[in-house]
Design a protein. Structure first.
Length: 171
């Protein structure tokens, strides 16, 4: 059986004086939503004593619906964290890239981050998507976090979410 574990180091998560932490989680399907859910529950565990946690979950298919695009654009522009949980592949769907390009110029928080959870155990590399999301983070002056998948033994894989040393939410 393959299992994945997401590890978020405690010491890297801090919350600003306004005591609100906003996240947008974009997922592709049920398996990718489960992986994102692990990150979500870890954030809730770490931040509930310090902040009000707000999270918008967005299925990639729904980013072709104008009302969803409008709400998701507004929320992503002000979010502390935007998480993409996708399968490995050559690129994100065009409507998802268009949505990103709508909120990116409106990004209002300097101390925010983008997390790329690309590929599930057993899938081919998701380097093109990963590089695109790294570029998005760079253009938005967001810290970039990505998963690294390493084989632990023949029956398991371990997915580790790496946080940069300097990442702190609204330090």
């Amino acid at each position: 059986m393959n299992t994945a574990k997401i590890i978020v180091p405690d010491e890297h998560i801090t919350v600003s004086e306004h005591h609100h932490f906003t996240a947008v989680i974009v997922y592709e399907d049920y398996p990718t939503s489960l992986r994102a859910e692990r990150v979500y529950h870890r954030l809730i565990k770490e931040l509930t004593d310090e902040a009000e946690f707000r999270c918008l979950w967005v299925h990639t298919d729904s980013l072709s619906i104008p009302a969803v695009v409008r709400d998701a654009t507004r929320t992503a522009a002000m979010a502390d964290l935007v998480v993409f949980s996708t399968h490995a592949g050559n690129e994100l769907p065009e409507h998802v890239r268009l949505w990103i390009e709508q909120w990116l110029p409106k990004k209002s928080l300097e101390n925010s981050a983008l997390a790329a959870l690309v590929g599930l155990p057993g899938e081919q590399s998701g380097v093109p998507i990963h590089e695109y999301l790294r570029n998005v983070a760079e253009r938005g002056k967001m810290d970039f976090m990505s998963q690294a998948v390493a084989k632990v033994d023949e029956m398991q894989t371990l997915a580790v979410l790496l946080l940069p040393q300097r990442w702190g939410i609204n330090e």
